[in-house]
Design a protein around this ligand. Structure first.
Ligand SMILES: [Zn+2]
Length: 124
């Protein structure tokens, strides 16, 4: 199941980030070769099934309507907020799991999966 991460920068600006499963899996303590292979398969399936399309559509909707930029982690290495802070996509989950969110840094607010995006009537 593909998902989008809502992230709040230390300056308060919110972003919606799509992270491919393989890139997320790399950050997990349980990361190993088998899990990576599985994650890559899931990414392929998500593209084939159109889930990634839904995420991008949702991301662009949020950007247009809420002014919260959409960051595509399948093409963006790292993202720089207008305040100058770098959103380190390769450590975004890791830091969260290490439970070291401190107020001087950004943090993950929530993770939204595709099925709940599809339930929103305003996002096709
Ligand atoms: Zn910022």
């Amino acid at each position: 199941m593909a998902a989008s991460i809502a992230y709040k920068c230390k300056c308060g600006k919110k972003y919606h980030i799509y992270m491919p499963m393989a890139r997320m899996t790399k950050q997990l303590p349980s990361m190993n070769e088998t899990n990576m292979e599985k994650a890559k398969e899931v990414d392929k399936e998500n593209i084939a099934s159109g889930e990634i399309g839904v995420i991008k559509k949702y991301g662009l909707w949020v950007e247009a309507n809420l002014g919260e930029p959409f960051v595509d982690g399948s093409i963006v290495e790292n993202y720089q907020c207008k305040c100058g802070a770098i959103i380190d996509l390769d450590n975004i989950l890791k830091r969260q799991m290490d439970n070291t969110p401190d107020s001087s840094e950004g943090c993950v607010l929530s993770v939204t999966d595709v099925s709940s995006m599809q339930r929103r009537s305003d996002v096709g």
